[in-house]
Structures are given as structure tokens and as C-alpha cells.
Design a protein around this ligand. Structure first.
Ligand code: ATP
Ligand code: MG
Ligand code: MG
Ligand code: MG
Length: 468
């Protein structure tokens, strides 16, 4: 089934059940607590909170979503993208668990024809009602598992609406990992659809110290999110999101430009690079179409990170020529029919990516010369000062310094680098120019990133913190 049919089947199904079809909101949310739209429910938050009364109590949508928190997963897991489309149905104080569960089951097994024996369900720890309803539609108890806050409780912001959830997962078979159901973390049981029983208000506080539930919302609501890309991968019989019809033409262009074939999901860095480049091209095009421009912080920095990562992975595939303009062009060709803003903004997209790629290439050339001489001078370690100067004065990303050092058999004094960064923050603070973001966290983040991911992609900071 083509992705366009998946979308229309979903919307038709809920339209026939008295849902109003609502267009996607832009990736730049009107909600100031949110960096980028990350779920279908975002635009309906005031309805859930009871701040606004909707015209109609049922809605359905295909929402554009961006999740930079998943950036490190892209290309490495089969299921994560930084941009994806979320299909959703919503009830604002209208229907609740019973309808949400039986409709989800009907749609997946009868309209999308997924094999019911491969579907697994998770419910929140104490949600006996949800479990009973799943058994009633025919899910055997062996394929229903109970999970905690981490997996089966959804919330949007603090304070914000929240509630226990129930999720549908698809068993992709032994090639993807060991048996055991979704409770076993991994790639085999791919989460497809999250049904949130939105009924509480969450207060400030996060992590293990707190998940304070302040009380009930004015009404009981339904918020669901089904990943179009993930469903497409299953229905099209391909292994990763990059191979679905949403991204395949762009992946093909990457292959043409690299002059070699995508090796499939073979565990190599080459295959990761193919997927990263093609996936990021799509996010880049959509972000610019919705008005995000490259910048040193906030959303603009997210965009810049995506562009730089795409370029670097393209270079790893030995593509020497500019990549962003042709690849975003391919995205527009593939998805412009469904998302006309891509077509409308195609001129701007081309202009922005071309300028950014040229600028980044200059930075890289300049930084590389400096780095080469630093490498010649260095004994076994590149000093924190050198790494810092490259980063601060020349905008040369720390992960590139780390990469180059590794290739030359050297290390980088990351701790000293972090301290200089911290010192710079203190000075900026004294000068009253501090921007949002906690520098201790940043320094730790540098260390942690290097420790966890070795010398691959340093991705900078998430959320709205500044680039320093
Ligand atoms: P996962 O546990 O696999 O990271 P999630 O629990 O973070 O997914 P939800 O917040 O529940 O995801 O979002 C609802 C649905 O949106 C998911 O069930 C999935 O189908 C889809 N989805 C979420 N994140 C991504 C992503 N990064 N790329 C593609 N689809 C996604
Ligand atoms: Mg996730
Ligand atoms: Mg999950
Ligand atoms: Mg989920």
C-alpha cells in the first residue's frame, strides 16, 4: 500500500466515524513551551486542558512532526526519523477507551490487513480496563504486556495534559531480535500506534524525583498517534523508514551521487550514512518550508545541525559535490503533491541550503588547515585550547576535530575543552549576555557525548539552549 493510500484510508475511516479532518499545524508551534511540533495532539492542547471548547468533539489529522531527540537514532534504528508524519484520532470529552481500542484494532487488522497474530499490545501497569477491552477485540492475554511510566504514560510539557497509554506493536520476526514482546527493548517489536487516555494534568518536575499528577482534566479525552512511516515500512515490506516510498526516491538519488548501491541494513557505517543523508534531507526541506532558518540557537540550530550532519555523512559516502539542493529537490518532488508548502517554498529551500552548504564548506576548509597544523605540532594530544579555538573562532565542530584526531592516532583533551566552554559561559554571564541553557549541563553533555558515541556525531544541544 502506497503512503498516500495509507493516509487517505486513515482519514476516511475516522471521517466515517464522525471525526472532523483537521489540517496539520506548522512545525513551528504556537505553543511557546514547545520547540517544534512533535505530536498530533499539540495543536489540540487547549481543548484537553479545557481552555477552549472545540467546535466538534472529534478530530482526525496527519501531523508533521519533528523530534530532534531522536537524531542519534536515525540510521541506527530502523524506526526513527527526525521528521515523520503522525496519523491521529482525537476525542475531546467524547468517546473514550472502548471506541479508541476497537477502532484501532479494526483499522489495523481489516483495512491495513496486518496479521492479528503479529500484533502485541502494551497497557499501563494498573490499567485493567484497557486490558479487558483488548481481550474483548480478540487479543490473547499472552500478547498483552504491562509497562510503566517510561513507556506507557504520555505527557506534553509541564504543566500539561497527560494520561496512561496503550500501544500497538508489530512483531517483525526473528531477524530483528529475540522473542519476548515489546517489554524486551529492541527493534523486533516495532511500536506503531500509541493510544493515550488523556485524563490528568501533570505538574512541574521530571526524572525519578517527580511526575506529579495535579489532578484530573475537566474531561476524559483520547489522543492517538500512529507513525505513517513505520506503518508504510511494514505494509511495503521494507526494513527501514528510508526505504519506504516516502524516502526511497531520495535514497536512490544518494546512491546515484555516491556512485554505489545502498547496501541494505548490513550493520556498516556506510549503510547508516545512506539513511542519515536521505532522512535528514526531508527534515531540512520541511523545516525551511515552515519558516525555520539556520541560526546559532533554537530551531535554527536544529536545522543547522541537520544540514551539517547530512553534509558530513554525504562526504563519508565520498560525494564531493553539493548535496543539499539536489536532495531537498528530490524530497519536494516526492512529497510536494501531499504537502504543497514544499512546492511553494521550493525557491527558498534551494537558496537556504545552497548558502548553508557553501558556508559550511568554507568553514571546513579553513578549520582543516588549522587542524592539520595542530596535528603536526601535537605529540599525542590536541589541547583543549586548540579544539576550543577551532570551535569558537572558526565554527569548526568539535566532533570533526575528534574525528580528525582519531584518524591521526591522537586524542583531544575534551575536559580542558569543556572547561574553556564553561569559562566562556561565565564571562558571557558576567557581561549580561547569557542566553538560556545550563552550561554545566553543556559541559557534561560534551563529555557524555564523547564517552557514549565515541568520535562520531557530536550533535550539540537539544531543546532551546544556545550554541555557546
Ligand atoms: P519509540 O518508543 O519507538 O521511540 P515513542 O514512544 O517515542 O516511539 P510516541 O511518542 O508514542 O513514540 O509517538 C506515537 C507514534 O509516532 C509512535 O508509536 C510511532 O509510530 C511514531 N513515532 C514516534 N517517534 C518517531 C520517530 N522518531 N520516527 C518515526 N516515527 C515515530
Ligand atoms: Mg521515542
Ligand atoms: Mg515508545
Ligand atoms: Mg510511544
Amino acid at each position: 500500500m502506497r503512503s498516500s493510500d495509507i493516509r487517505s484510508t486513515f482519514l476516511d475511516f475516522f471521517r466515517e466515524r464522525d471525526h472532523r479532518v483537521v489540517p496539520s499545524s506548522p512545525l513551528i508551534p504556537s505553543d511557546p513551551t514547545l520547540l517544534l511540533a512533535n505530536a498530533g495532539m499539540n495543536q489540540f492542547k487547549p481543548y484537553f486542558l479545557g481552555e477552549t471548547v472545540p467546535e466538534h468533539p472529534r478530530a482526525t489529522s496527519v501531523q508533521k512532526c519533528a523530534r530532534t531527540s531522536d537524531i542519534e537514532n536515525v540510521g541506527r534504528t530502523a524506526r526513527h526519523a527526525t521528521f515523520f508524519e503522525m496519523l491521529g484520532n482525537f476525542s475531546f470529552g467524547d468517546y473514550f477507551k472502548q471506541e479508541a481500542i476497537s477502532w484501532a484494532w479494526e483499522l489495523l487488522t481489516r483495512l491495513y490487513n496486518l496479521d492479528p497474530d503479529r500484533l502485541w499490545v502494551t497497557v499501563y501497569l494498573d490499567d485493567d480496563e484497557a486490558e479487558r477491552l483488548w481481550r474483548r477485540v480478540g487479543v490473547p492475554s499472552e500478547r498483552i504486556q504491562r509497562l510503566g511510566m517510561e513507556d506507557n504514560y504520555w505527557s506534553m510539557g509541564t504543566p500539561g495534559p497527560c494520561g496512561p497509554s496503550s500501544e500497538l506493536h508489530y512483531d517483525r520476526g526473528p531477524a530483528f531480535g529475540p522473542e519476548g514482546g515489546p517489554a524486551v527493548d529492541g527493534e523486533r517489536y516495532q511500536e506503531l500506534w500509541n493510544l493515550v487516555f488523556m485524563q490528568n494534568l501533570r505538574g512541574e518536575g521530571s526524572g525519578k524525583d517527580g511526575y506529579p499528577i495535579l489532578g484530573g482534566l475537566p474531561s476524559k479525552n483520547i489522543d492517538t498517534g500512529l507513525g505513517l512511516d513505520r506503518l508504510a515500512a511494514i505494509l511495503q515490506g521494507v526494513e527501514t523508514l528510508s526505504e519506504t516510498d516516502l524516502l526511497a526516491p531520495t535514497l536512490r538519488l544518494v546512491q546515484e551521487m555516491a556512485g554505489r548501491e545502498y547496501p541494505g541494513r548490513d550493520g556498516t557505517e556506510t549503510s547508516v550514512s545512506f539513511r542519515v543523508v536521505s532522512e535528514h534531507a526531508r527534515s531540512i526541506a520541511f523545516l525551511i518550508a515552515d519558516g525555520v532558518l539556520p541560526a546559532r540557537d533554537g530551531r535554527g540550530y536544529v536545522l543547522r545541525r541537520l544540514m551539517r550532519r547530512a553534509i558530513r555523512h554525504a562526504r563519508r559516502l565520498d560525494i564531493g559535490e553539493p548535496v543539499l539542493a539536489p536532495l531537498t529537490g528530490s524530497v519536494i518532488g516526492t512529497l510536494g503533491g501531499t504537502w504543497p508548502e514544499l512546492e511553494r517554498q521550493s525557491g527558498l529551500i534551494r537558496q537556504v541550503v545552497t548558502a548553508e552548504e557553501e558556508g559550511f564548506e568554507r568553514t571546513l576548509r579553513q578549520g582543516s588547515r588549522l587542524l592539520d597544523s595542530a596535528i603536526r605540532r601535537a605529540g599525542s594530544t590536541i589541547s583543549g585550547r586548540t579544539a576550543f579555538d577551532l570551535h569558537d573562532t572558526y565554527g569548526f565542530p568539535i566532533d570533526l576535530t575528534l574525528d580528525a584526531a582519531r584518524s591521526a592516532g591522537l586524542t583531544v583533551d575534551v575536559d580542558a575543552f569543556g572547561e574553556l566552554l564553561e569559562e566562556q559561559r561565565r564571562q558571557a554571564h558576567r557581561a549580561g549576555q547569557d542566553r538560556k541553557g545550563d552550561a554545566v549541563t553543556r559541559q557534561d553533555l560534551y563529555r557524555r557525548t564523547v564517552a557514549e558515541h565515541g568520535l562520531t556525531d557530536f550533535v550539540g544541544y537539544d531543546t532551546t539552549s544556545s550554541e555557546t
